[in-house]
Design a protein around this ligand. Sequence first.
Ligand code: DX5
Ligand code: ZN
Length: 214
Amino acid sequence: MILSPSILAGDFTKLGDTIRMVNESQADWIHLDVMDGVFVPNISFGMPVIKSIRKNSNMIFDVHMMVTEPIRYIKDMADCGADLITVHVEACEDVDACLELIRSCGCKAGISINPHTSVDVLEPFLDMVDLVLIMSVQPGLGGQSYIEESTERIKQVKKMIDDSGLDILLEVDGGITNENVGVVKSAGADTIVAGSSVFKAQDIKKAIEDLRTL
Ligand code: DX5
Ligand code: ZN
């Protein structure tokens, strides 16, 4: 299992400490939630912040773009040190062009869908992606509860990926805790994002360890 802690739930006055802790933990990736205030109601952070973090970490940067027409920022995001860039199918006028651009910039490409988007929309893009991200909460805010219906959706997408015979990771993002990580994993997820359950914990390294071993 790949664990990708989302620093959105961290204390931004101590961003350096947060990154150091993640670097030294058993986490595999760092999940970076970029929000534009248009595709989702909130604004988080963007290129300058990611560029600074890059100087302090050699980990895989898993950039989740909750941004309308992300194609406008792919090249800049790659230049800032993104390794994997995930875009929302709902946010792109031309999904193919966006995914192609991500790969041509040397990054891995991911595609995401919101909780109420049919999983079927993913099918045409499977041969263009390295990862599918299933949102298990409405995007835009950390600390929400896992939407139970997501489990069935994870199973459906897992089957779709297996049937395709392609090598695609299945990531799940939103409301993941020690209590439900087992269910999410059994449903077929191999990559887990966790924000609040890691960064609101007393001992961040231990919270990461627990999520990995559960
Ligand atoms: C939500 C973000 C998530 C979020 C996860 O819009 O995409 O990555 O930070 O946070 P938790 O784990 O608190 O739901
Ligand atoms: Zn995210």
